[in-house]
Ligand binder design. Structure first.
Ligand code: PHE
Length: 333
């Protein structure tokens, strides 16, 4: 019996197995335990003989179990350490890095330029009242300009703002001159073609102070264009019309992509100039509406389309690509 037990101990391949062997040969229902229990029924001589042999066997088996368990426990510990080892010197798994959207880069660039000139950044709501989006800007109810702006009308006199110009009004209503603000934001019109998307961005600017003239506007726009597109770029102001500026102009930037004369140029299409936005001197009616004295103060305002600017800057022929979220497109920037 002892020999069989010792062989079983030697054959055990894990501490769990050693435990099973212990139960089998020394446990409550083991054969050896039975022998010890029944020792009382033997004759005195037999008792001594059997008792000694049984105890000896128990002790030997116990010792063998202990030794085997120790060896196996050590091996198991080592195996665990090996399998759970962490190599802290391994380089981390590369984490994909995002980057700014091309429109966002242009917005940041333009805003940085104006902040550098001392302008403050202002923002306003995308769901705007009819009053701020139109009426206060000299576009009264029933005016055809409302239809021209392809407005998304909401309930109760609210609209999705069609331009960032309502933030001019909001700023002037809460602040006295001098005012120098730049206003980046989202704007909305019912439009979709290669150069129009229902949501697009504008960057508004407003400067109201004593003695502001159209020359200040032109110098500011020229410096902005050089900052965003590079030193060689020229600007041109064309007469235009907006209800809230007088006089009004359209801002063009010279086609620096292909010199302008190239009829195959995807972006300029041979025109030589690219339209960037509208601008003008703030209409005295608008100044009066917000409680400024037009005899004392004058101002200029402008509104650019940074999506269009990004199209030009990066040579993208279709504006809609900017908003489709296709990573094959976006990852090129
Ligand atoms: N808000 C005008 C537009 O969306 C642009 C503009 C802004 C014109 C400021 C003049 C002054 O078309």
């Amino acid at each position: 019996l002892q020999k069989e037990a010792l062989e079983a101990v030697a054959a055990a391949r894990s501490t769990d197995e050693v435990e099973r062997v212990r139960v089998r040969y020394l446990g409550r229902s083991a054969e050896l335990t039975g022998i010890k229990k029944n020792i009382g029924r033997l004759s005195p001589e037999e008792r001594r003989e059997v008792g000694r042999a049984a105890n000896l066997a128990s002790r030997e088996i116990e010792a063998a179990l202990k030794k085997r368990a120790e060896v196996l426990a050590e091996a198991e510990r080592e195996e665990r350490l090996r399998s759970e080892a962490v190599d802290v010197t391994l380089p981390g798994a590369p984490y994909p890095r995002g980057h700014l959207h091309p429109t966002r880069r242009v917005i940041d660039d333009v805003v940085d330029f104006f902040v550098g000139l001392g302008y403050r950044v202002a923002e306003g709501p995308e769901v705007e009242t009819d009053y701020h989006n139109f009426t206060a800007l000299n576009i009264p109810p029933g005016h055809p300009a409302r239809a021209m702006q392809a407005t998304f009308f909401l309930d109760e006199g609210l609209v999705l703002r069609t331009h960032t110009s309502p933030v001019q009004v909001r700023t002037m209503l809460v602040q006295r001159p001098p005012v120098y603000v730049v206003v980046p934001g989202k704007t909305f019109r019912r439009d979709s073609d290669p150069t129009h998307t229902p949501m697009f961005h504008q960057i508004e600017g407003l400067a109201v102070d004593r003695g502001i003239t159209l020359a200040h506007l032109k110098g500011t726009l020229a410096a902005m264009a050089r900052h965003v597109f590079g030193g060689g770029v020229g600007i041109r102001l064309r007469p235009s019309y907006f209800q809230f500026t007088e006089p009004s102009v359209e801002l063009d930037v010279s086609c620096f992509l292909c010199g302008g004369g190239d009829p195959d140029c995807r972006i300029c299409k041979g025109a030589g100039w690219l339209e960037m936005g509208g601008a003008g001197m703030v209409d005295p009616d608008v100044l009066e509406e917000v409680g400024y004295d037009p005899e004392e103060y004058t101002g200029f305002a402008f509104g650019f389309g940074p999506d269009r600017m990004a199209m030009v800057k990066y040579g993208i022929p279709d504006l809609r690509l900017f908003f489709e979220g296709d990573l094959r497109f976006l990852n090129q920037f």
